[in-house]
Design a protein around this ligand. Structure first.
Ligand code: GLU
Length: 478
């Protein structure tokens, strides 16, 4: 096999979203598995829709995830540069001239009004709309006259008749399309800018791209691209069209869907870890051979095989992402988790009453449980609120008649404590057990609810220590 070269080719019309990141990731894993190159290139021909900073943001987010391109506009290989389509217009022009000269393409002077009217007429007649080839057989003289009259034109490909375009898709197997279902489509728009289906062929060929993994929405574009390869006498790359990513209601992810954060930057902002995202996204439409689900970057490269890409839609399971992220957080040192959480805590709470050690101890209590950085804010809220808000279950529990006595004894022990350490607090709980003659749930739960307001939380003695003597006594009195 030739050296594997794959590419991710976003339009800089938006930021890196989940679907794009998954496409980039699978191309990247495939390239690295085969010791090949991963290229980042831009389809920036939709000038009006390009956004300021779109390219940089795509690249930054990819790199944050650990998907580092071997070539990009910022890291060009002179053999293949430039990497932005708008800087490649002369390259497309060269091939357009060849296609025109060989009679594979022609200039079309139809106005959009004419095209719209024809479209409506065909639809009204119950036909699938396609270009009526009005300009296909213009004589060279007519073309010249139109051009001299300054009439704008597009360049259309003359779709061959009676041809079947077929290919072996790495994911879907054998796929075929009939040329009669395809109208003469536009290669170059009136402003001289090529369309996606045309430019992508020239780019993939001239950049020696060997394999293409892309979204299934491009499956029906493939025959259009294959006909250009045919006309120019080139060999097309091997394609793999990936299935959709759907939400928990089995609907295609879309920007309007508020149930899932769409952009990689949002996960970064909420304190998800890049290596966990990398791992989680690799499982969106690909599965490893065994049961193992946690794989680091290099393990994924080693394990990846296009043969195990899924043929059915993959669900973006937010709870699974949290689970994966938690697994990675647990592996991090406490220092790293403190760095992850601190900005969120600072933003949410006034920490001026507490020293660094207290903040560190607070985070340590949640280290094993934390799913993502920002989650720390809700987890620790009980340490910052003045009033506790018990839920119904907790209120119900606190009705047991043994509880006032248990809490009274515990409060007395706590008031006597000079050194408010975890060990001493633990000893107070033990002493309460003896004196109030309660144990197990009837000992721990009243103390937990009365001091923290919740029935399930981190280690009780640590929580009480972090709350501080004053607050604990106030809560026991309240
Ligand atoms: N810019 C296209 C997209 O983002 C690339 C399609 C392709 O990979 O051919 O969907």
């Amino acid at each position: 096999m030739d050296r594997v070269r794959v590419r991710y080719a976003p339009s800089p019309t938006g930021h890196l979203h989940i679907g794009g990141a998954r496409t980039a990731l699978f191309n990247y894993l495939f390239a690295k598995h085969h010791g090949g190159d991963f290229i980042f290139r831009l389809e920036d021909t939709d000038i009006e829709r390009n956004i300021e900073g779109g390219e940089a943001s795509q690249l930054e987010n990819l790199e944050w995830l650990g998907i580092i391109p071997d070539e990009s506009p910022l890291k060009p290989n002179p053999q293949y540069a430039p990497y932005r389509q708008m800087e490649r217009l002369d390259i497309y022009k060269k091939y357009t001239d060849i296609l025109l000269e060989k009679g594979y393409a022609y200039k079309c002077f139809c106005t959009s009004e004419e095209l719209d009217a024809e479209h409506e007429r065909q639809v009204a007649a119950g036909k699938a709309p396609k270009y009526n080839r009005k300009c296909c057989d213009l004589t060279p003289e007519q073309v010249k006259a139109n051009e001299e009259a300054g009439m704008p034109y597009t360049i259309r490909v003359k779709v061959p008749e009676g041809k079947t375009y077929e290919f072996e898709d790495m994911i879907r197997g054998h796929v075929s399309f009939e040329s009669e279902d395809i109208g003469d489509w536009v290669l170059v728009k009136a402003n001289g800018i090529p369309t996606y289906n045309y430019a992508v062929v020239i780019d993939d060929h001239s950049m020696d791209i060997t394999h293409v993994f892309r979204g299934e929405e491009h499956l029906s574009n493939t025959p259009k691209q294959l006909m250009i390869y045919d006309m120019l006498g080139w060999i097309a790359p091997t394609y793999g069209h990936m299935t959709l990513i759907v939400n928990e209601e089995r609907k295609k992810l879309s920007k309007r869907d508020e149930s899932i954060m769409q952009f990689i930057s949002q996960y970064k902002e909420d304190g998800y870890l890049p290596d966990a995202m990398f791992n989680f996204m690799a499982l969106l439409g690909w599965s490893p051979e065994g049961e193992q689900e946690i794989f680091n970057h290099d393990e994924l490269i080693k394990e990846f095989s296009e043969k195990r890409l899924s043929k059915s839609p993959s669900m973006f399971d937010k709870d699974k992402l949290k689970w994966v992220n938690n697994r990675y957080i647990k592996e991090r040192s406490l220092d790293e988790v403190v760095d992850l959480c601190l900005p969120f805590l600072k933003e949410a709470y006034d920490l001026s009453q507490h020293d660094d050690q207290w903040v560190r101890d607070l985070i340590a209590v949640y280290h094993d449980q934390l799913s993502y950085g920002k989650e720390i804010v809700e987890l620790v809220s009980l340490f910052f609120e003045d009033e506790l808000h018990l839920d119904d279950e907790a209120k119900e529990f606190m009705k047991d008649e043994s509880i006032p006595q248990t809490l009274k004894v515990f409060k007395e022990k706590i008031m006597e404590l000079e050194d408010f350490t975890k060990e001493n607090i633990q000893a107070c709980i033990k002493a309460t057990q003896k004196e109030a003659k309660v144990k197990g749930k009837m000992l721990y739960m009243p103390i937990r609810i009365a001091t923290t307001g919740i029935m399930h939380g981190p280690d009780l003695a640590s929580s009480i220590m972090l709350l501080g003597k004053e607050k604990v006594i106030a809560r026991l009195e309240g």
